[in-house]
Design a protein around this ligand. Structure first.
Ligand SMILES: [Zn+2]
Length: 88
């Protein structure tokens, strides 16, 4: 499941399968997000969203980090393109 977390804060988040991503780079027609734990664990996972398409890059090097309640957060229907497989 993919959740776009409420963006009341300065930096919105995306949660994918209990991994959190934070905004890294906003470009004209796409946004790059990095793992919310990239600093703590040196994780290289990142994603790029462009319209309704979400690209996954690089697997995480740690277990899922999100423990909050997602029942009140709406999930979004997007097309996911997984690039992790190509790197193996
Ligand atoms: Zn990660």
């Amino acid at each position: 499941m993919i959740y776009f977390l409420p963006s009341g804060k300065k930096y919105p988040k995306i949660m994918i399968e209990n991994y959190e991503f934070v905004t890294h780079l906003k470009q004209r027609d796409s946004t790059r997000w990095r793992c919310g734990y990239s600093v703590k664990t040196n994780c290289r996972a990142y994603i790029i969203t462009s319209g309704k398409v979400l690209h996954l890059y690089k697997p995480h090097n740690h277990p899922p980090t999100f423990n909050g309640d997602t029942s009140s957060v709406p999930s979004s229907l997007v097309q996911v393109v997984n690039h992790e497989i190509r790197n193996k």
